[in-house]
Design a protein around this ligand. Structure first.
Ligand SMILES: Cc1cc2nc3c(=O)[nH]c(=O)nc-3n(C[C@H](O)[C@H](O)[C@H](O)COP(=O)(O)OP(=O)(O)OC[C@H]3O[C@@H](n4cnc5c(N)ncnc54)[C@H](O)[C@@H]3O)c2cc1C
Length: 424
């Protein structure tokens, strides 16, 4: 049955209008494809996030033509790392990537990205939750339509189907539609548990983002994670804490009380004023720790494909990148099977870096290791400059310097030893 405002059919259907989905929709539309972008939420909508944009993300937003828009927001020069009695100012390394970062509240960023997709020619419909798929020829067959549900004004549920030739699944960390398609998230490798809030500060124009690498819990114990304060301009900052966990070593922390504790400890130094607003927490799938990332005519991107850097929790950039790359693939091979080709793209771009990053992040969850190594690392500007580059995966294929070569080699060695490599 046709429903007003909802297209019945499209070439490319993108489910989820976060950074990943909007990027996929924008690039696919720019390739001249017929694109529909749906989301369960009504925009603008919030998303639990630190709102931080590293130079990788700035680079990707610039490709979308958003550099000038981004520069109207905060511009930061690098990371101020605190911990173990030290404070180091670590400028972004530059090289083949921009030498600046930014931070934009997700309510605004995601709305702007979705508008960018619409301007590129995608048809966007919000308030539509994908709940099921229709397939041709059984469970392994191609998806022919997605079943979506919306809630009417008097609370009644209404179902609608959109037929599609290709499907991009960008429905975030829990990926409900991905699950219908067989996506499995493995927690034997590292994942994140994190929370964020907003608070007023007269230091909201600080040109450095701050991270506290010595995050302490209520018993003054060092936790396997870090706290952050990301200036957003306009008198407010994003403040949050994140910890790393594995199935064997769960985080065992209550995020919201930890955020309050962290805020109180930083209140004077960062001129934090008043109460925390919009405190929320969420999980972060990381390092490609999912199986079944693609089928004959569908592909998972962004958080749905666990494309989050295990060493810094960055996922906006990977969402934007995977959106662009899947659109390129769809434009290049109109009818080709995506099952192997999309997995191969993910493995080629992120397999080695995610493998070594999640191995190192996993070490941080080993009790006693961070308190032992943290002070040593923080005493060396050289070590921390390297760490910033590696933790941010700020290494491009074009980089030929020693640090880049060491990182790539570590990735190759790590991937060769993985019991379950990324995206397998
Ligand atoms: C506390 C915290 C802090 C973080 N800090 C940072 C940071 O500072 N920088 C950074 O780069 N990354 C950060 N991340 C990670 C980042 O938020 C994610 O990696 C990023 O949002 C992934 O984008 P996405 O488009 O894949 O998914 P999302 O942004 O989650 O978008 C998914 C979209 O899908 C929609 N959706 C879900 N289910 C359905 C459905 N069934 N039907 C239709 N639509 C659906 C949702 O409404 C949503 O709009 C942080 C994460 C957390 C939890």
């Amino acid at each position: 049955m046709a429903v007003a405002g909802v297209p019945e059919e499209t070439d490319v259907l993108v489910v989820g209008a976060g950074p990943a989905g909007s990027s996929a929709a924008a690039w696919a539309a720019r390739h001249g494809l017929d694109v529909v972008l749906v989301d369960a939420a009504t925009f603008p909508r919030d998303k639990t996030c630190g709102d931080g944009l590293t130079p990788r993300a700035v680079h990707e937003l610039s490709r979308l033509g958003l550099e000038d828009w981004l520069r109207e927001h905060t511009v930061n020069l690098g990371l101020r790392a605190h911990g173990f009695g030290q404070t180091l100012l670590l400028p972004w390394p530059g090289g083949s990537l921009p030498n600046w970062g930014s931070a934009v509240a997700r309510t605004e960023l995601d709305d702007h990205l979705r508008t960018t997709a619409i301007k590129a020619g995608a048809t966007a419909v919000d308030g539509l939750r994908a709940v099921d798929v229709r397939r041709r020829g059984g469970q392994q067959g191609p998806v022919t339509a997605v079943v979506l549900e919306r809630t009417g004004e008097s609370g009644e549920k209404e179902r609608v189907e959109i037929r599609c030739r290709r499907l991009v699944v960008a429905d975030g960390v829990r990926s409900p539609l991905g699950k219908v398609l067989g996506r499995e998230w493995h927690r034997d490798t590292v994942y994140g548990v994190a929370g964020r809030a907003y608070i007023d500060s007269t230091r909201s124009d600080d040109p450095w983002i701050s991270s506290h690498l010595e995050l302490r819990g209520p018993e003054d114990e060092v936790l396997s994670g870090y706290g952050w304060i990301f200036p957003l301009g306009g008198g407010q900052v994003n403040i949050g804490v994140g910890t790393l966990a594995t199935a064997k070593r769960p985080a065992n922390v209550s995020i919201r009380p930890l955020m309050s504790l962290y805020t109180d400890e930083r209140r004077a130094e960062f001129a934090l004023d008043g109460d925390l607003r919009a405190s929320t927490s969420a999980l972060l799938p990381m390092g490609g720790a999912v199986s079944n990332v693609a089928g004959p005519n569908w592909a998972l991107i962004g958080d749905a494909a666990a494309c989050v850097n295990p060493l810094n929790g960055e996922g906006i950039d990977y969402g934007l990148e995977t959106g662009r790359m899947v659109a390129d693939l769809l434009a290049a091979g109109s009818r080709s099977d995506l099952t192997d080709s999309w997995r191969r793209v993910l493995v080629d771009h992120y397999g080695e870096a995610f493998s070594v990053a999640r191995r190192l992040a996993g070490l941080v969850t080993v009790p006693g290791l961070l308190p032992a190594l943290g002070p040593v690392g923080m005493r060396s500007r050289f070590a921390m400059t390297l760490a910033l580059r590696w933790m941010g995966n700020l290494v491009d294929d074009a980089d030929r310097d020693v640090a880049a070569r060491v990182w790539r080699r570590a990735g190759r060695v790590s991937a060769a030893r993985d019991a379950r490599p990324p995206f397998a």
